[in-house]
Design a protein around this ligand. Structure first.
Ligand code: KG4
Length: 338
C-alpha cells in the first residue's frame, strides 16, 4: 500500500511516498530556515506564505521521485495538528483538494505520532508496545506507545520544550537559529564539567520535565560574565548545558522505563539528532538491559516520510477524514488514540 504524506506544520514543506509504512520511495523537504533565521525564529505568517508557494512543486517532486502517478497511490496522509495553524492549513487544504480531485482517501495525522513513526522507517523490526521519549522544537513528552494508534502520555515538559531550550541557549551564546545543531557541534570541543547547572525540581509524582530554569541559568551565567567583562568559552557553555539536558532526559526517561519495566526504548523528534543525548540514551538502555531504537538523522527533524508511515497505520486502523477535517494548533496524543 502506497501512501503520499504531506507535512507543513512549521517551517518545512514536505512530501513523501512510503510503501507499507516502512519503505521510503521518495522524501522531499523544502526548508524555509534561511529566511526565518533573519528574524531569530519562525515567523508564522512567512511560514504560511512559503508553504503556499512550494507545496505543489514539493508534491510533484515526491511523486516524480517515486516514479508514480496518483492512480498508484492508495491514500493521502496529512499533518493536521499540532503546529502553526496557518502553516497546517496550507498542507491540509492541499491534501483535501488532492483527495477530491484524485478520488483518494484522506487520513489526518498527528505530528508527534509522525515523529514516533519515523522509527518504523529506520527499524523494520520495531513494533509497539514501547516507551518513547519525544524531544523536538515544540514538544517534550514521554509516551507509552501501546499500539500503532494508541498512546498514553506519562510525562511532559511543564514549560519549554527541549529543542526550544537548545535554540534559546544557542541564541544567547551567538549561534544562528535553530541553534541545536550548533550547540551539538561546539560541545564536541568543550569541557562538559566547566559549569554546573542544577537540575529542576518537579513537584508531584510522575515523569514531567522542565527546561526553562536551565535556560535562565545559562542566560544569567552569560550575561553576568559579559557585565564583568569576562569572556566565557562558548564550547564549554555548550558542552555543560548539553550534558545537563542529556542528564535530565536520561534521569526522567530512565525512571519511567524502570517503573514501567519497559525493555523497549525509543527516542524521536528533532533533538534526538543530538550526539550527547544519543550517547546518553544508549548508556541508559545498556544499564537497564533494554533495547534502544533511534531514528536515522535524516528522519529526526520534520519530514513527510514519517507522516506517510504513521498515515499507513492510521489507515489500517480505519481512520478516514472528510472535507470537514480542520487543523488544530494544539492536540494531545491521547485525544487521537484509537
Ligand atoms: O522535530 P523538529 O524538526 O521540529 C518540531 O517538530 O518541533 O525539531 C526541531 C528542533 C530545533 O529546536 C532544533 O534546534 C533541534 O530540533 N535540533 C537539535 C539538533 N538538531 C536539531 N537539538 C540538539 N542537537 C541537535 N543535533
Amino acid at each position: 500500500m502506497k501512501i503520499l504524506g504531506i507535512e507543513s506544520s512549521c517551517d518545512e514543506t514536505a512530501a513523501a511516498v512510503v510503501e507499507d509504512g516502512r519503505r521510503v520511495l521518495s522524501n522531499i523537504v523544502a526548508s524555509q530556515i534561511d529566511e526565518h533565521r533573519l528574524y531569530g525564529g519562525v515567523v508564522p505568517e512567512i511560514a504560511s506564505r512559503r508553504h503556499i508557494e512550494s507545496i505543489s512543486q514539493v508534491v510533484k517532486e515526491a511523486m516524480d521521485g517515486a516514479g508514480l502517478g496518483f492512480s498508484d497511490i492508495d491514500a493521502v496522509a496529512v499533518t493536521y495538528a499540532p503546529g502553526l495553524i496557518g502553516a497546517l492549513l496550507v498542507g491540509l487544504s492541499y491534501a483535501k483538494g488532492l483527495s477530491l480531485s484524485a478520488g483518494l482517501p484522506l487520513v489526518g495525522v498527528h505530528h508527534v505520532a509522525g515523529h514516533i513513526a519515523a522509527n518504523y522507517i529506520t527499524h523494520p523490526d520495531l513494533e509497539p508496545p514501547f516507551l518513547c521519549l519525544v524531544i523536538s522544537g515544540g514538544n517534550s513528552h514521554i509516551v507509552s506507545v501501546e499500539s500503532y494508534t494508541s498512546y498514553m502520555v506519562i510525562g511532559r515538559t511543564r514549560d519549554d520544550a527541549a529543542g526550544e531550550c537548545f535554540d534559546k541557549v544557542a541564541r544567547t551564546i551567538g549561534f544562528p537559529y535553530p541553534g541545536g545543531k550548533y550547540i551539538d557541534g561546539a560541545a564536541e570541543n568543550g569541557d562538559r564539567t566547566a559549569f554546573r547547572f542544577t537540575h529542576p525540581k518537579i513537584s508531584g509524582e510522575g515523569y514531567d520535565m522542565s527546561f526553562s530554569g536551565l535556560k535562565t541559568a545559562v542566560i544569567n551565567l552569560v550575561r553576568n560574565a559579559e557585565q564583568r567583562g569576562e569572556e566565557l568559552s562558548r564550547e564549554d557553555v555548550a558542552a555543560s548545558f548539553q550534558k545537563t539536558v542529556a542528564d535530565i532526559l536520561g534521569e526522567t526517561f530512565g525512571r519511567a522505563a524502570k517503573d514501567l519495566r519497559s525493555k523497549k526504548l525509543v527516542v524521536a523528534g528533532g533533538v534526538s539528532a543530538n550526539t550527547e543525548i544519543r550517547r546518553k540514551m544508549k548508556a541508559l538502555a545498556d544499564s537497564l538491559g533494554a533495547k534502544l531504537w533511534l531514528p536515522e538523522l535524516r528522519y529526526c527533524g520534520d519530514n513527510a516520510a514519517m507522516i506517510a508511515a504513521q498515515g499507513y497505520y492510521d489507515f489500517l486502523a480505519g481512520r478516514r477524514a472528510d472535507m470537514s477535517l480542520n487543523a488544530a494548533a494544539t492536540m494531545s496524543l491521547e485525544e487521537i488514540s484509537i
